[in-house]
Write a protein that binds this ligand. Structure first.
Ligand code: SAM
Ligand code: SF4
Ligand code: SF4
Length: 346
């Protein structure tokens, strides 16, 4: 990590604030079983959702504190009308060099080119299965063809990076690791396999459904031969790996071996709550400041003060528990929908 400048706060563990995930909506057009398994949800009131102008203003304040990477997520970000307009606003911040999107891809085909033209640099599409019947069962959607068309459109639009995210779950799709690898390679995309996490929303989570990074790497190595870890962070263990032929792929040990020590990531919910950790309970209500007439300097001071007091290591603490069950039951999620993964942004 580079030394922090006076205007760039570091937290109690010396971690800078460099990365911001903005959830642009809590709504979604899929119902993935590991994220939105329930039949009904408590949505954020529409009037509380930040406007593009408010998001842009907050992003500018974060950029002044050292944030150089912004990822738009949700919920399903492409459900937010005219997302390219937000991208164009954010792309004007010279300090934000990396503008990315995580999407389920269902609506991507028609929007990919406009997003690219607006200044979006990188796209990650979530693709958990190559089998439409599995998606129908697992995400309650018959839109598999649209997701694949969205991936192809993203490829054609020429983003600087295209990744495919897969949450591997035992008993569901652990038999598709190699097929997904081939699918991604064939489309010039980087596959990323993610361990099933016990985040808010995952009300059916259990440890026995988690397929570990180690297991996934073993499956890959059995098929392709030795797998080389790519050392990218100074301290963090590798999350990206290379095959002998140079193919790069990711396997994220977010559950079995999380590495919170290097976490420089903050989150903004769609209603403007600034969260310090994916597992964090308390947030800072930036909407109140934005709509209450606070200056940029005041908003910046509130963000910096919260970051300086940050000691969160949510996933590491969960990994340290001797008995690990679900994080939140449905009643607790209904009491505060900001605990949901689809509200705080994955
Ligand atoms: N709807 C978009 C999508 O699915 O890409 C963006 C939001 S979604 C919450 C962001 C990412 O979080 C997705 O890649 C999804 O697979 C991941 N995710 C959601 N719940 C998860 C869980 N319980 N464990 C691991 N990853 C999860
Ligand atoms: Fe699935 Fe993303 Fe929607 Fe969650 S927010 S249900 S992961 S598509
Ligand atoms: Fe960062 Fe919290 Fe995730 Fe750990 S659990 S990596 S501190 S967001």
């Amino acid at each position: 990590m580079s030394p922090a400048s006076p205007s760039h706060p570091t937290d109690l563990l010396g971690r800078p604030l460099r990365n911001l995930r903005v959830s642009v909506t809590d709504r979604c057009n899929l119902r993935c079983r590991y994220c939105m398994p329930e039949s009904e949800y408590v949505w954020l009131p529409r009037a509380s959702i930040l406007t593009f102008e408010e998001m842009d203003r907050v992003a500018g304040v974060f950029a002044g504190l050292g944030v150089a990477k912004v990822r738009l997520t949700g919920g399903e970000p492409l459900l937010r009308h005219d997302l390219a307009t937000l991208v164009a606003l954010l792309a004007r911040h010279a300090d934000i060099g990396d503008l990315a999107l995580t999407t389920n891809g269902v609506l991507l085909e028609r929007q990919a080119a406009a997003l690219r033209d607006a200044g979006l640099r990188r796209v990650t599409v979530s693709l958990d299965t190559l089998r439409p019947e599995r998606m129908r069962e697992f995400a309650r959607s018959a839109r598999h063809t649209d997701v694949v068309a969205g991936i192809d459109a993203a490829r054609a639009a020429g983003f600087s990076s295209l990744k495919l995210n897969t949450v591997i779950i035992r008993g569901y799709n652990e038999d598709e690791v190699l097929d997904l690898m081939e699918f991604a390679r064939g489309r010039g995309a980087e596959p990323r396999f993610i361990e099933y996490m016990d985040v808010g929303g995952a009300t059916g989570w259990s440890m026995d459904q988690v397929v570990s990074q180690r297991e996934i790497l073993e499956v890959v190595a059995r098929r392709y031969g030795p797998v080389e870890p790519l050392r990218e962070g100074q301290w963090a263990p590798a999350e990206r790996f290379a095959l002998r032929d140079g193919t790069v792929f990711g396997v994220i040990a977010s559950t079995t071996a999380p590495f919170c020590r290097t976490c420089d990531r903050a989150r903004l919910t769609a209603d403007g709550t600034f969260l310090l950790c994916l597992y964090g309970e308390e947030g800072v209500d930036l909407r109140q400041l934005l709509r209450g007439g606070a200056t940029d300097a005041e908003i910046s001071a509130a963000i910096a003060a919260a970051w300086r007091a940050r000691a969160d290591r949510g996933a590491e603490e969960r990994a340290g528990l001797s008995e690990r069950g679900v994080l939140h039951r449905i009643e607790s999620l209904r009491a505060d929908p900001r605990r949901e993964m689809h509200t705080r942004g994955g």
